[in-house]
Design a protein around this ligand. Structure first.
Ligand code: FES
Length: 165
């Protein structure tokens, strides 16, 4: 299951964030500091908060997304405890990395770029990480898994405390 923003659980953070918006509301160029505030408080930019910014600062949502996507410091999804990263560079791709990625997606019930509902895992795909002779390469946090076989996908999820659905 994919991660959902829980307004109830984030009540206090939302209040803090509202205050940041109020503090900047009347100043020119308020959008950047407000976005930075959201990133800091929530660890990413929840869609619900972007909506709030749009209403409060009277800036169209499309413009806010435009600015936020331009800067790499902003992220649109929360990061899970464990980041599983599958290299989809040419060498890894040829050796079946796409299949491995799909296995992770299937077993965790999320797509690349998403985080599981329990915040345990995020999946991302990367370009060549420079270990092509070890293809296909998967990393989990700082751990590197060279020449990964499909059979290992389950093992890896279990090793990092995941459940197989
Ligand atoms: S293509 Fe994956 S490490 Fe180079």
């Amino acid at each position: 299951m994919e991660f959902m923003f829980d307004k109830e659980k984030n009540k206090e953070k939302i209040e803090r964030f509202r205050q940041i918006i109020q503090d900047h509301k009347e100043t020119k160029g308020a959008l950047m500091p407000v976005l930075q505030g959201a990133q800091e408080i929530f660890g990413y930019l929840p869609a619900e908060m972007l909506q709030l910014i749009s209403e409060e600062l009277d800036i169209p949502l499309s413009e806010i997304y435009g600015v936020a996507t331009f800067y790499s410091q902003f992220s649109f999804i929360p990061k899970g405890e464990n980041i599983i990263s599958i290299c989809l560079g040419t060498a890894c791709y040829v050796k079946g990395a796409q299949d491995i990625l799909e296995d992770f997606e299937k077993l965790l019930g999320i797509k690349a770029g998403q985080t599981t509902g329990d915040m345990k895992f995020s999946i991302s795909s990367t370009r060549c990480i420079g270990d092509c002779s070890m293809a296909p390469v998967v990393t989990v946090n700082e751990d590197i898994y060279p020449r990964l076989k499909k059979e290992q996908v389950k093992e890896i999820i279990l090793k990092y405390g995941g459940e197989i659905k």
